[in-house]
Design a protein around this ligand. Structure first.
Ligand SMILES: C[S@@+](CC[C@H](N)C(=O)[O-])C[C@H]1O[C@@H](n2cnc3c(N)ncnc32)[C@H](O)[C@@H]1O
Length: 265
């Protein structure tokens, strides 16, 4: 495992110990309509019973237990053993079955090809330098026709400063760049202090999916904007800078030639 992966694992283990932002296990009320909580866009068709579902980079006692409670056969992959321990704890409390794997999203070699019908990945590709490797791995472990729902940090959110200068949020980071972003400090709601993060451009986030044998079926930009909130808060910043994008993609048959633009169902 690379030093980047090691650092991110330690950072997320620490976040669990501190019960930081993003470490919210599912609440009692979430289990009343679990699928509605984890599939707010309704992209999974309202029923995941019996479906083989991978929650990728999704430790923390939320996604895995809720999908399992909705009837899916769930595997959770995460690099942080502490987040997986939360899944183990919630699953034990609720009598749910979960398969837990400690691994990095860009190396799923322990999983057989075509093992899943659905892959769901919360915001996390920012922690790896090469998003294309993640897409290749997801394409490999999904069946043809399988659905991949992923959420990502929008590049502009990683470019703009955390707090407003006057009325606006100034762009301080270049779009075209090599290497990691400067470390985030505490108090950034759009970044996680202690982690190593990367900005992925649109051609990498969207084009990368198309190049990895997916077709994009839908896009959503989850709303966090709150016009009533104070300058410098996440709600205020989100009025100007969209934090996330959510993508619904479908795994299509492997194309023999990338140059081919003929769709043969
Ligand atoms: C924003 S959290 C997502 C899960 C969170 N519990 C939620 O409810 O949205 C990001 C997750 O990515 C995981 N992570 C970071 N780097 C990873 C990597 N290279 N491979 C797999 N998981 C990784 C972290 O341990 C963390 O659990």
């Amino acid at each position: 495992m690379s030093p980047i992966h090691e650092q991110n694992r330690r950072a997320w283990d620490d976040r669990v110990r501190r019960r930081d932002w993003y470490i919210d296990t599912a609440r009692e009320s979430d289990f009343k309509h679990p699928l509605a909580v984890v599939d707010q866009c309704g992209w999974l068709g309202g029923d995941v019973t019996g479906r083989r579902l991978l929650c990728l980079a999704a430790g923390g006692g939320r996604h895995g237990p809720l999908f399992a409670s909705a009837g899916a056969r769930v595997t959770v992959v995460d690099i942080s053993p502490a987040t997986l321990a939360l899944d183990r704890q919630v699953a034990a409390e609720r009598g749910l079955e979960l398969r837990l794997i400690e691994a990095s999203m860009d190396d799923l070699s322990m999983i057989d090809p075509g093992s899943f019908d659905i892959v769901v990945q919360p915001v996390s590709t920012c922690y790896v330098p090469d998003v294309a490797r993640v897409y290749r791995e997801v394409a490999r472990v999904l069946v043809e026709g399988g659905i991949y729902v992923s959420q990502h940090k929008q590049p502009v959110s990683l470019q703009a400063e955390a707090h407003p200068s006057g009325r606006s949020y100034v762009m301080v980071e270049p779009y075209y760049r090599n290497g990691a972003l400067p470390p985030a400090t505490q108090g950034f709601w759009h970044r996680e202090a202690g982690t190593v993060e990367f900005l992925h451009r649109w051609e990498q986030l969207l084009g990368g999916l198309c190049k990895s044998d997916f077709v994009i079926e839908d896009i959503a930009e989850p709303r966090h904007a709150d016009p009533q909130s104070e300058p410098g808060t996440f709600g205020h910043r989100s009025c100007y800078v969209p934090p996330y994008i959510k993508i619904k993609a479908r795994r299509v048959p492997i194309r023999t030639s990338l140059a081919s633009n003929l769709w043969v169902p």
